[in-house]
Design a protein around this ligand. Structure first.
Ligand SMILES: [Zn+2]
Length: 331
């Protein structure tokens, strides 16, 4: 396969603290021989495991970038054994524009893995992760939130995997992150995800959803900051004691597709629930009002399983095909 054209301005083999860029060639009307400059920091002290930490895989999710830009200001590596590679904004063009997907090629980074070295900017970024960064890592943490269209309970998550030893290792790392909720996650659309790519390479992988609505709160930021520290202690890269944000953590799972309520109408959402509400199968979740005319009968949406509301559509106007709510089973 063709070499990836991304150039790193830092030396991954070198000890110490380095700040630099991943330079992704991008020739445009604004810059003939230009590059997308993705900020990167490496903290390395001797031999040990490598952790790869990322935020803004989707550009409108902010807890990850805030926690990770903070981490890059660390001026001491005495309590580190091994290597921490920090990329606060993985899909940097999307992050700069405050959008989920890249404005350059309209591609969702988390749906095009493993990527292509001769593809669009987003595909090139994915390929660089698949063939250069992830192979260096033992532990991979990708911090997501709901973005502008979803709001989520703060949870760390792992997936069901064929390799049960790896599945268990991922679950323990997600638990160590210490978010108030711990989820065994079912993906409806796992093809092309960074998650699947990293897991297929045998790495210990944790993902999160820590809030949403296209913003971040002091509480969700604190969960992200402490979660990063906890994850690094769990990986035995950082010394210290793991501190969960709340104790005990609530364990949740998504055994099947009944967790997802897809909206089949466009309209105005009148919700009957909040995040963290416990619902029963058949409970009214929301009415969706027709906004094309007055005096119509709203469409009712009901829970398809007993459980806890963990994710909801954030804007009050919804479209056909949007995810209205996700209900997880309480373990
Ligand atoms: Zn995301």
């Amino acid at each position: 396969m063709k070499d990836n054209p991304v150039n790193s301005t830092i030396n991954f083999a070198k000890d110490g603290i380095q700040h630099g860029f991943l330079k992704v060639p991008y020739s445009s009307n604004k810059s003939a021989w230009g590059s997308v400059m993705i900020p990167i920091t490496q903290l390395k002290n001797g031999n040990g495991p490598t952790a790869l930490l990322t935020g803004a895989n989707h550009g409108d999710e902010y807890e990850g970038p805030i926690a990770l830009f903070n981490l890059t200001s660390r001026d001491n590596i005495d309590d580190i054994q091994g290597r921490i590679i920090v990329i606060p904004a993985m899909n940097y063009p999307a992050f700069l524009s405050g959008d989920r997907v890249s404005p350059i090629d309209k591609v969702n980074l988390n749906r095009i893995f493993p990527g292509r070295p001769d593809g669009t900017v987003t595909e090139i970024i994915a390929d660089y992760f698949s063939r250069t960064l992830v192979p260096m890592a033992d532990y991979v943490l990708d911090i997501h939130s709901g973005g502008k269209t979803l709001d989520c309970l703060p949870f760390a998550a792992s997936h069901v995997l064929n390799d049960k030893k790896q599945e268990r290792a991922c679950e323990l790392a997600a638990k160590a992150f210490g978010a108030p909720y711990l989820l065994k996650m079912l993906e409806l659309d796992s093809g092309g995800m960074y998650d699947s790519q990293v897991e297929s390479m045998g790495k210990i992988f944790v993902t999160t959803e820590l809030g949403g609505g296209g913003t971040a709160s002091p509480e969700t930021i604190e969960i992200a900051k402490q979660g990063v520290i906890n994850f690094l202690i769990h990986a035995k890269i950082l010394t210290g004691v793991i501190k969960p944000f709340l104790s005990p953590t609530v364990s949740l799972s998504m055994p099947d597709e009944r967790s997802f309520i897809c909206c089949e109408h466009k309209g105005l959402v009148e919700p009957f629930f909040e995040l963290s509400d416990v619902v029963k199968e058949g409970d009214l979740l929301a009415k969706v009002h027709n906004i094309d005319r007055t005096a119509t009968i709203p469409e009712n949406y009901y829970a398809k399983r007993n459980g806890m509301v963990i994710i909801k559509h954030y804007p009050s106007i919804i479209n056909i095909g949007d995810n209205l709510v996700v209900i997880a089973k309480i373990e």
